[in-house]
Design a protein around this ligand. Structure first.
Ligand code: PLP
Length: 286
C-alpha cells in the first residue's frame, strides 16, 4: 500500500514527496528527529517527544517549524490516513535549504524542512524479540559529544547494529572511557540483587522518553533504582539486563559479549516493567 506522508504542509503519496538535494538534512545531517509509537491507533507519550524535539531544535538554533498543537494534529492525521493500529510515526526537521551547499548556516529566515511518515508494525507490543530477549555485543563509543540532541547522525549506530548482526547478535552497547553509555538506539540497564542500574542523564546519552517513563513506573512499583556509571563487566555479572526505546518499549537482554545472563531467558524485572509500561502507556495514549 502506498503510504500518505507529510512534507512541508502537504499530505502526499510517498512516491510524490520531494525534498531538495540542497537540503542540509541530506548534505550535512543538519537535522533532528523523533519516533513516536502508536498502540491501539493512539500516540504513546506524544508530549514527551514534542518537548524533546523543541529542546533539540533550540540546542541547534533551528527554527520551530510549527506549534506543538499542529504537530499533534499532523501525527494524528497520518495515523488515521494510513490506518495504523500498531506502529511508529517518524518525524524529521532539517535546517532546510537556501539552494546551495555551504558550511555556514543559511539565513535565519530559511524555512525548515519537516517530513513525517508512518511505519506499520502489527504485533509491535507482542513482538517475538521481546519474548526471546536480545543478544548484545559491546563496541567502542566513537560518536560526537552531544548525544543528548536527537540528530540524524546515525551512521555509527547503524554500523554498530551491523557489527552486532555480523556477530550473530541483535544490538550493541557502546563503551566510552570504560563505562557503558547506551545502546545503538536505546538506553541500557542491568539488574543485580533486585536493583536497577542505569547511566545518569548528561550530554553523553540520549534522554530517552521511554527511560523517563520506565524509571517513574519502576519507582512507583517500589523497585530500587541507582543512576550511576557502570562497566560492561558489571552488566555481564548481572541477574538480568534490558533496554528501553519508543520503538521496542522494554526489551530484555539475555546475553552480553557471549555471556549468558541468568538462565538465558528474559528476566522477571524486565518482563514486569514491559507489562507495566505497555499497560500504563496504552491508558495514557492520545
Ligand atoms: N538512545 C539512543 C541513542 C536512541 O537512538 C534512542 C532512540 O532512538 C534511545 C536512547 C531511546 O530513546 P526513546 O526512549 O526516546 O525512544
Amino acid at each position: 500500500m502506498t503510504r500518505t506522508v507529510y512534507v512541508n504542509g502537504e499530505y502526499l503519496p510517498e512516491t510524490e514527496a520531494k525534498v531538495s538535494i540542497f537540503d542540509r538534512g541530506f548534505l550535512m545531517a543538519d537535522a533532528v528527529y523523533e519516533v513516536t509509537s502508536v498502540l491501539d491507533g493512539k500516540l504513546i507519550d506524544f508530549d514527551g517527544h514534542a518537548v524533546r524535539l523543541k529542546r533539540s531544535l533550540n540546542e541547534l538554533q533551528m527554527a520551530e517549524p510549527c506549534s506543538m498543537d499542529e504537530l499533534l494534529e499532523i501525527h494524528r492525521k497520518l495515523v488515521e490516513l494510513n490506518g495504523i493500529e500498531e506502529g511508529l510515526v517518524y518525524l524529521q526537521v532539517t535546517r532546510g535549504s537556501d539552494g546551495d551547499r555551504d558550511f555556514v548556516f543559511p539565513p535565519a529566515d530559511t524555512k525548515p524542512t519537516m517530513v513525517l511518515f508512518t511505519q506499520n508494525k502489527p504485533g509491535l507490543a507482542d513482538s517475538e524479540a521481546s519474548r526471546t530477549g536480545a543478544k548484545i555485543i559491546s563496541i567502542e563509543d566513537i560518536r560526537w559529544g552531544r548525544r543528548d540532541i536527537k540528530t540524524t547522525q546515525l551512521l555509527y549506530p547503524s554500523l554498530g547494529k551491523m557489527m552486532a548482526k555480523a556477530a550473530g547478535c541483535d544490538d550493541a552497547w557502546m563503551i566510552e572511557d570504560g563505562y557503558v553509555t547506551e545502546g545503538t538506539s536505546n538506553n541500557a540497564y542491568f539488574v543485580k540483587n533486585g536493583k536497577i542500574v542505569t547511566r545518569p542523564l548528561s550530554n553523553d546519552i540520549l534522554h530517552g522518553i521511554t527511560r523517563k517513563a520506565v524509571l517513574r513506573m519502576a519507582a512507583e512499583a517500589q523497585m530500587e533504582i541507582e543512576e550511576r556509571l557502570f562497566t560492561i563487566d558489571e552488566a555481564k555479572e548481572a541477574d538480568e539486563a534490558f533496554t528501553t526505546s519508543a520503538s521496542a518499549f522494554v526489551m530484555p537482554v539475555i546475553e552480553i559479549d557471549g555471556v549468558m545472563l541468568g538462565d538465558g531467558t528474559p528476566g522477571p524485572i524486565a518482563k514486569r516493567l514491559r507489562e507495566i509500561y505497555l499497560d500504563e502507556s496504552r491508558k495514557a495514549a492520545i
